[in-house]
Design a protein around this ligand. Structure first.
Ligand code: OGA
Ligand code: MN
Length: 239
């Protein structure tokens, strides 16, 4: 017999899968509190150039993917794991400054549903191929003065989909096509939200989280405080 909780996750997964297949990503809304998936356009969190309009369905933000209680529970777990670590200013590939990070596979029981939900979205984000989320989830703690330089995630370590939950602070993500700079997207990664990146956006656009000096969304300054992201990536594609 399948325990109820697994059935529920499967049910939600199927529903989400259906919506992602039939609608552009930017029209999907996942309500963390009710567990219901409702298609809701949230164009207010994206600002994109005319030239990027053709690619923008590869990026979406789902507001309030986690509740404030879930954020607090996640942070209890994350604080325990990162305890005593100092922020680093020399990332291994030079992409990030002012950060602390870990790859985490053991989550306390209270956080398991959120992590499952995150991975379910990653698994359902593309439908023309099978994508499997990595077992480990990446936790990136960015200091208030930290920033992420424009980069594309290495295809050695990451497949088609990147999904990240933003905790503790709003921030701005800047995406830009590597060959056509007039294709750009600015995204307001609001606290508690989830972003989903796939396809052309994942492979051909760089993504960055700027310093507060350059953190602007639709003409408004967005001051990032300490921000923690919880990121699920799918397994690298080996050809
Ligand atoms: C990364 C990255 C974005 C985020 O770690 O490669 O781009 O949301 N992180 O923290
Ligand atoms: Mn990245």
């Amino acid at each position: 017999m399948i325990p109820n909780v697994i059935r529920r996750v499967e049910f939600q997964y199927c529903k989400l899968h259906f919506l992602l297949r039939t609608r552009p990503l930017s029209h999907v809304m996942y309500s963390g509190s009710t567990g219901l998936v409702t298609p809701v356009a949230d164009p207010s969190l994206l600002d994109c150039s005319r030239a990027a309009a053709q690619d923008v369905d590869g990026f979406a933000i789902i507001s309030n993917f986690v509740s404030s209680e879930e954020e607090e529970q996640l942070m209890v777990d994350i604080r325990r794991t990162l305890r005593g670590r100092k922020y680093l200013y020399d990332h291994w590939d030079g992409a990030i400054e002012g950060y602390s990070e870990t790859e985490k596979s053991n989550w306390s029981e209270s956080n398991t549903p959120v992590i499952q939900r995150l991975k379910a979205v990653a698994a359902a984000a593309v439908t023309d191929k099978v994508v499997v989320p990595l077992e480990q989830v990446h936790v990136l703690d960015l200091a208030e003065d930290g920033h992420i330089k424009p980069h594309v995630d290495s295809v050695k370590f990451c497949g088609e989909v990147i999904c990240g939950i933003s905790l503790l602070s709003d921030s701005v993500m800047q995406l830009q096509h590597e060959e056509y700079p007039d294709r750009w997207i600015h995204a307001l990664l609001s606290r508690f939200s989830l972003y989903i990146m796939r396809g052309v956006i994942r492979y051909k656009y760089t993504h960055a989280i700027p310093t507060n000096e350059n953190s602007v969304f639709k003409g408004e300054r967005i001051t990032k405080q300490r921000r923690v992201s919880v990121i699920s990536r799918t397994q690298p594609v080996h050809s």
